[in-house]
Design a protein around this ligand. Structure first.
Ligand SMILES: Nc1ncnc2c1ncn2[C@@H]1O[C@H](COP(=O)(O)OS(=O)(=O)O)[C@@H](OP(=O)(O)O)[C@H]1O
Ligand SMILES: Nc1ncnc2c1ncn2[C@@H]1O[C@H](COP(=O)(O)OP(=O)(O)O)[C@@H](O)[C@H]1O
Length: 207
């Protein structure tokens, strides 16, 4: 019988080195920074700026980018709703392992459904799931279109593209909103600093 059929036969094995020991070694607290938003909203850019900013402060980070993880672990998943949910679930479970390792894990993926993001949040201890919403209007993302995907979606060559013919549900109550100031784009480094200030204030940059 597989463990899937009978999960009750699995017993948690405790390690002598625990999360708090690893956090002490690293002088930081493990957590997940979950960056959600439309394609082209700047998720990957801000994830990189944040990773760089924290690295320069001597903090250990790791980025899980939806696009990248879909090249390996999640290469079997499509963009239909149930596959997106599974994509998000797996990335959240991996982020949970990284957070347990004491690492500041930056997950950057569209994660369009509120319900799926809430399922991820529930995997983490209170406060350790920090949801960051890239609040960038569709027309700005579509004008950027660095991969030409919006153009293909509008031409009907990609079906079920988020924001075009698939939904995006913005967070109602997330920890951080990163938005444009009027018609000007905020530099990614400035957005990263907003997240770093939050981490500092909440005590994540010390053990
Ligand atoms: N149908 C459809 N809808 C949305 N996006 C699509 C689609 N097909 C391909 N792409 C490209 O895949 C990237 C999104 O992958 P994610 O893993 O972040 O998506 S999701 O969280 O599972 O919704 C997304 O990358 P980003 O532009 O970095 O967001 C797109 O480049
Ligand atoms: N803050 C910003 N201001 C202006 N342009 C940006 C900003 N952030 C990202 N971009 C540009 O927008 C495009 C999409 O950014 P990207 O990080 O790939 O978005 P996503 O990961 O959400 O698809 C890229 O061409 C990038 O250079």
């Amino acid at each position: 019988m597989s463990t899937m059929e009978n999960p009750t036969n699995i017993v948690w094995h405790k390690s002598p080195v625990e999360k708090r020991d690893r956090q002490h070694l690293l002088q930081q607290k493990g957590c997940a920074i979950w960056i959600t938003g439309l394609s082209g909203s700047g998720k990957s850019t801000v994830a990189c700026a944040l990773s760089q900013g924290l690295h320069m402060r001597g903090k250990l980070t790791y980025i899980l980018d939806g696009d990248n993880v879909r090249h390996g672990l999640n290469r079997d998943l499509s963009f239909k709703a149930e596959d997106r949910a599974e994509n998000i679930r797996r990335i959240a479970e991996v982020a949970k392992l990284f957070a347990d390792a004491g690492i500041i894990c930056i997950a950057s993926l569209i994660s369009p459904y509120r319900k799926d993001r809430d399922v991820c949040r529930a995997l983490f201890p209170e406060g350790d799931f920090i949801e960051v919403f890239m609040d960038v209007p569709l027309h700005v993302c579509e004008n950027r279109d660095p991969k030409g995907l919006y153009k293909l979606a509008r031409a009907g060559k990609i079906k079920g593209f988020t924001g075009v013919d698939d939904p995006y549900e913005p967070p109602l109550n997330c920890e951080i909103v990163l938005q444009q100031k009027g018609s000007d784009c905020v530099p990614p480094g400035e957005m990263a600093e907003t997240v770093i200030s939050y981490l500092e204030e909440k005590g994540y940059l010390q053990a």
